[in-house]
Design a protein around this ligand. Structure first.
Ligand code: 2AM
Ligand code: CA
Ligand code: CA
Ligand code: CA
Length: 257
């Protein structure tokens, strides 16, 4: 895609994300319908569905030929990354949304022929919109965001995930012991945004494509690294453990895993 086309799309998508946020905030004052998907810890609400419907409709209007992969199933069956592929997580941190009315995000990523192109993470209650991509830079609420310093694991806080920590998968307890300490938020989007902001040196979790599609675009645009726990590249159509980190922290973490 031409840079000016990416720029225009970026401006329009930021407006879409702001509209989506306003709609979600309005619905938070009303009764939520909450359903369990696969377990009592895996929830979906009417707002997940309505926000996904809205985002998918807006993306279709902006980019009619694109394929859309969306968590709650409103989009298309996507089997390859050819052409324009949008990946949508309408509410990330649904458990927080239901129980805290706080600490959740909406996320959208665009890949063009597999290339990370645009990403959006909106921390709704903090009103922080991280937006952009490799061609247009990354902004936080419209202000250009500087790349975070390349801080090593031993000098920073580490974004953990509760299931991996409890089971000590990938030697997560050792990773944490080497860091300044663990932080767990219950939202991949918010924890990835904290890596973008330099508040965490890394985040490791078992993730689905929509959990890290936006974050990968933004992280790689800022010189951070996104990989599997064996150091191999991620694939946007499969689920698994994903590490988002500074270059130095990644090196230290891969040596421990
Ligand atoms: P979600 O809220 O969009 O489902 C903590 O639960 C984080 O892991 C959230 O970002 C959540 O995204 C994600 N996650 C991924 N798979 C999950 C699952 N099976 N159950 C609960 N959360 C999951
Ligand atoms: Ca979910
Ligand atoms: Ca998610
Ligand atoms: Ca979700």
């Amino acid at each position: 895609m031409q840079t000016n086309v990416v720029k225009q799309l970026n401006q329009k998508m930021q407006v879409v994300m702001q509209t989506a946020r306003a709609q979600v905030l309005a619905k938070m004052g009303t009764h939520l319908t909450v359903a369990e998907k696969t377990s009592r810890r895996d929830l979906v609400t009417n707002v997940d569905h309505s926000n996904e419907d809205f985002l998918v409709r807006q993306i279709r209007a902006l980019d009619p030929v694109a394929k859309i992969l969306a968590e709650e199933g409103t989009g298309d069956q996507v089997t390859d990354m050819n052409g324009h592929v949008w990946i949508v997580d309408p509410i990330d941190g649904t458990m927080n949304f239901v129980h805290q009315r706080n600490h959740f995000a909406m996320m959208v990523g665009l890949y063009v022929d597999g290339k990370p192109t645009l990403g959006y993470i909106f921390d709704v209650m903090a009103n922080k919109l991280y937006a952009g991509g490799p061609e247009v830079g990354v902004t936080l609420n419209g202000e250009l965001l500087a790349a975070p310093a390349d801080v090593d694991l031993s000098a920073g806080l580490f974004g953990a995930s509760a299931p991996l920590l409890i089971q000590d998968r990938f030697n997560m307890q050792t990773i944490i012991a080497k860091s300044l300490g663990p932080r767990i938020m219950g939202s991949a989007g918010i924890q990835i945004s904290q890596v973008l902001a330099g508040e965490l040196v890394g985040y490791l979790s078992y993730l689905r494509p929509w959990d890290f599609a936006a974050g990968r675009v933004l992280a790689e645009s800022l010189g951070l690294v996104v990989s599997r726990v064996d150091g191999n590249p991620v694939n946007m159509l499969s689920s698994g453990a994903v590490l988002i980190a500074t270059k130095r922290a990644q090196r230290s973490i891969l040596a421990i895993v």
